[in-house]
Design a binder for this molecule. Structure first.
Ligand code: ZN
Length: 114
């Protein structure tokens, strides 16, 4: 299946204890179907010291949440939306893009096709 949510996207949490929060996607864990969101689903974790990087101790870090629990916030209409894919022509090239199913605006280019 195509990847509807990508790193750097802004998403809205639809379910769970963080419901209603808007956050940036830090990482997509494709195999587990999870995403890591900035400052969402924080858990306390003991981390070892890394010289010149951090001291050891208890840190709050983000834990992944299910990708099905988030929706992309469309950069155009600013609404949580489902994402579609389509092929558009750009000069001589065909480009696969993600688009918003609410306002139909192109979100970004995914890849170029021959
Ligand atoms: Zn939209």
């Amino acid at each position: 299946m195509a990847n509807k949510i990508l790193r750097g996207d802004t998403v809205l949490v639809m379910r769970g204890k963080e419901k209603g929060k808007t956050a940036t996607v830090l990482r997509v864990l494709r195999k587990e179907n999870k995403v890591l969101l900035k400052d969402v689903n924080l858990v306390k974790k003991h981390l070892k010291a890394i010289p010149n990087v951090r001291e050891g101790g208890v840190y709050e870090i983000e834990a992944p949440i299910d990708i099905s629990n988030v929706m992309l916030v469309c950069p155009s209409c600013k609404k949580p939306t489902r994402v579609g894919f389509k092929i558009i022509e750009e000069g001589q090239e065909k480009v696969k893009v993600r688009f918003c199913k609410k306002c139909n605006e192109v979100i970004d280019k995914v890849k170029r096709l021959r």
